[in-house]
Design a protein around this ligand. Structure first.
Ligand code: UDX
Length: 438
């Protein structure tokens, strides 16, 4: 099958590369000339484990190519995926669909022969219908269907999530489009991946409902963590105790500084707006949005309290990305926490294995950028773990003890056990567990 992928962000690039690895011919289209030029040289615009190798091998095999020319890109395609950005619109929190609709118009003008136009961007319910209307209006003659095929890719594990998904959701009422979509995902049938065919509106809502549910689950355990701290319980044991119940499930019960990233914050807000407009207010998700925003702020206060105030203090920060294995800092807790610490009089020395370039765009010269974890710790009043990168999981605590000024660790990801820190003379503050001091 031949596929055109419009948009080479996380979703478009990973999906395009994976489809080509399935054996399909894929052309990735993007307006950004610099990005396409770099991709042609094998340079990835994002850090995603395994992506460079996957792209390289499929380009070499002649199955994957890149262009800025949409007309050339979609020529002869059986399916055209729209995977452009849908940022939160300024002011009202709605998803901004400008890029989706612009892509639809351009596709319409170049359609040639029966094509399935597939929306992969996360879009509010009804967007598929609008895309169909835009194309139909410009090209009353064209043979096409518009389907919805939401993605459920986690950054840092996106290739695996694409190739070994829990399910594939496709929204369309056209039997012809169903056939094309089945063929595109046929390689997954070996692993008996469930294909869930629904109406377009149902598929669109399924994506938002999935992300909002996961964000709710995280917020739930985060608030359980707060209670644990007050009553002397251990959130990790509570998470295990409830997670073993098959109805609840163990995943996404890791308490932390609040969820971030490109999806949960944006999608929860968009869903709240959609629900309100539809006259069916989604009160639980509204509460999740509010609790998560407040939590990020509260994390800074927790660090300040652990140090008994940070005026003139030097804080070592490990991890800036919103989660490990990505350089993405969109809505990362670090973006809320660091400015608040600086405002309270702290100086920050930070290290992240992948997001240092990204961090410079956000923090400029307000923080010091270090070359590794230990370099952040010289003379530090506290070591703060913000992102649970693997390389922060087995730090040499004895060495840290010799570098820092005060032995205080604030571990917002529960990477360590209190019992590991005590022998090294650290006061240790984590999430949902009692703080310990030597
Ligand atoms: C998410 C969804 O998982 C994916 O299906 C969707 O399509 C896009 O959004 P992503 O944002 O890449 O993926 O990362 P994810 O692993 O889901 O983590 C999101 C946020 O939740 C991160 O800030 C992470 O630190 C936080 N999180 C996750 C927790 O705090 N606790 C958990 O138990 C899990």
């Amino acid at each position: 099958m031949r596929i055109a992928m419009i948009g080479t962000g996380y979703v478009g690039l990973v999906s395009g590369a994976c489809f080509s690895d399935f054996g399909h011919g894929v052309v990735c289209v993007d307006k950004d000339e610099g990005k396409i030029a770099r991709l042609k040289q094998g340079k990835m615009p994002i850090y995603e484990p395994g992506l460079d190798v996957l792209v390289g091998s499929n380009v070499e095999a002649g199955r994957l190519s890149f262009t800025t020319d949409l007309v050339e890109g979609i020529a002869g395609a059986d399916a055209i995926f729209i995977a452009v950005g849908t940022p939160t619109r300024r002011g009202d929190g709605f998803a901004d669909l400008t890029y989706v609709y612009a892509a639809a118009a351009e596709i319409a003008d170049a359609l040639d022969g029966y094509t399935v136009v597939v929306n992969k961007s996360t879009v509010p319910v009804g967007t598929g219908a609008e895309v169909e209307r835009i194309i139909r209006e410009r090209r009353p003659d064209a043979a096409f269907d518009v389907a919805s095929n939401p993605e459920f890719l986690r950054e840092g594990a996106a290739i695996d999530d694409f190739k070994r998904p829990d399910r594939v959701v496709v929204g369309t009422s056209s039997p012809r489009a169903v056939e094309v979509m089945r063929e595109l995902y046929r390689p997954l049938s070996l692993n008996e991946v469930p294909m869930v065919f629904t109406s377009r509106e149902t598929a669109e809502l399924t994506k938002y409902a999935a992300n909002a549910f996961l964000a709710t689950k995280i917020t739930f355990i985060n608030e359980v963590a707060d209670i644990c701290e007050k009553v002397g319980a251990d959130v990790q044991q509570v998470a295990r105790g409830i997670g073993l119940d098959g109805r609840i499930g163990a995943k996404f019960l890791h308490a932390g500084p609040g969820y971030g990233g490109s999806c949960f914050p944006k999608d929860t807000m968009a869903l709240v707006h959609t629900a309100r407009e539809a006259g069916a207010p989604f009160t639980i998700v509204q509460a999740v949005v509010d609790a998560n925003a407040a939590r990020k702020q509260a994390m800074a206060d927790r660090i300040i309290a652990a140090c008994n105030g940070v005026q003139g203090a030097r804080i070592s920060v490990l991890g800036l990305a919103f989660k490990p294995n990505t350089d993405d800092m969109r809505d990362a807790p670090s973006l809320d926490i660091l400015p608040r610490l600086i405002e309270a009089g702290a100086t920050i020395a930070a290290f992240d294995p992948e997001s240092m370039d990204e961090a410079r765009k956000h923090f400029g010269d307000t923080i010091t950028y270090c070359d590794d974890a230990y370099a952040t710790m010289a003379g530090a009043d506290a070591v703060v773990i913000l992102t649970e990168w693997n390389e922060f999981r087995a730090l040499d605590l004895k060495r840290i003890g010799g570098l820092v000024k005060r032995r205080i660790m604030v571990d917002l990801r529960n990477v360590y056990q209190p019992s590991e820190l005590i022998p090294h003379g650290f006061a240790y503050h984590s999430i949902g567990r009692a703080s310990v001091a030597p």
